[in-house]
Design a protein around this ligand. Structure first.
Ligand code: PEP
Ligand code: MG
Length: 319
């Protein structure tokens, strides 16, 4: 029945057999964090910090940063009931140009100085951001995790973890959104405490299809079996390392794909808050065993369309 995809989200991601799959929200500022908490999000799986840096020609001050980060932590600060807030360090460049950090004149901005790489020219910006996050985390009951965007190698992961430790941050991770990082996930997990799959960029780079080009949306589809195969490998690496692997790209907000991601073995899903009820409702209808079977079905298909059709066909809640 379609009604299974409506209704309220009662604040817990859980499969039919009781397997827990925490459902988190993607937010960009304190206001969105408050709304996400009200919508029942169990925490924040992706706090995009770009908002603070956009539309200005210099770096926000330390005080301004601390206040902005603290606002988001406060929304998930429940004493005695630690809620996770995963902060992503500044992801400038490509589809998120920032005049004072990225170079708009690059011939291939998506392959250029973006995300973690902007630190090659401006290491101070990242160091100060980590310091601000660390300061903002003091006195909040939220569990603050920090991750870097656009990591490509185990060495970058190790460097980022060092920077986090130097800033006094307890938990550091990386986004896996570059195919090289997905392929080397096992080595990356040797350096960081967790990882989060950014399926928007992972799909773009795996398929070599610009995420901003509507004409390429057929290629730019996280149901592409090649993308699912990379995700499956990351989940295996995470399980072998006994470390959490979340998903924070748009893929997590697609209820049928959320089931596949659960079946592949990811440990949390993070999405826009308004997608929470529909995803939770469908997850509730499948056991982990069934989700694994559906993931195997999807991986065996040769196209995104066939993978989607096969999985949706096995989910009565979506009919
Ligand atoms: C992603 O790439 O999937 C992601 C979550 O980050 P963004 O969309 O901000 O690039
Ligand atoms: Mg990304």
């Amino acid at each position: 029945a379609k009604s299974a995809t409506r209704g309220n989200f009662d604040g817990r991601g859980i499969l039919a057999d009781g397997h827990l799959l925490p459902l988190l929200a993607n937010v960009g500022n304190a206001k969105e964090a408050v709304l996400a908490a009200a919508a029942g999000a169990e925490g924040v799986g992706l706090f995009r910090t770009e908002f603070l840096f956009l539309n200005r020609d210099s770096e926000p001050s330390m005080e301004e940063q601390v206040e902005a980060y603290r606002g988001v932590f406060q929304a998930f600060s429940v004493p005695g009931e630690p809620r996770k807030v995963v902060v992503r360090t500044l992801d400038a460049g490509a589809d998120k140009p920032l005049p004072f950090l990225s170079n708009a004149a690059e011939p291939n901005p998506a392959l250029g100085l973006r995300g973690y790489r902007t630190g090659l020219n401006n290491p101070g910006v990242l160091k100060r951001q980590l310091e601000a996050i660390s300061t903002a985390a003091v006195g909040t009951a939220a569990e603050v995790w920090v991750m870097a965007p656009m990591i490509s190698t185990p060495a970058e992961s190790a460097d980022f973890a060092d920077l986090c430790r130097a800033a006094g941050l307890r938990s550091s991770g990386v986004m896996i959104e570059v195919p090289a990082a997905a392929i080397s996930a096992a080595k990356i997990f040797q350096h960081v405490d967790f990882a989060s799959l950014g399926t928007n960029d992972l799909t773009q780079y795996t398929m070599a299809a610009d995420r901003q080009l509507g004409l390429l949306s057929g290629l730019n589809d996280p149901w592409q079996p090649s993308v699912l195969k990379l995700i499956a490998g990351c989940a295996e690496a995470a399980q072998a390392a006994a470390k959490p692997l979340g998903v924070c790209g748009e893929a997590a907000a697609d209820p049928a794909l959320a089931v596949v991601l659960a079946g592949l073995g990811v440990s949390t899903l993070s999405m826009t808050a308004r997608a929470l009820p529909a995803v939770a409702a469908v997850l509730k209808t499948v056991s982990l065993k069934r989700a694994r079977e559906l993931a195997v079905l999807a991986l065996a298909e040769a196209s995104a369309e066939d993978a989607r059709t096969a999985v949706r066909g096995g989910l009565p809640a979506l009919h």
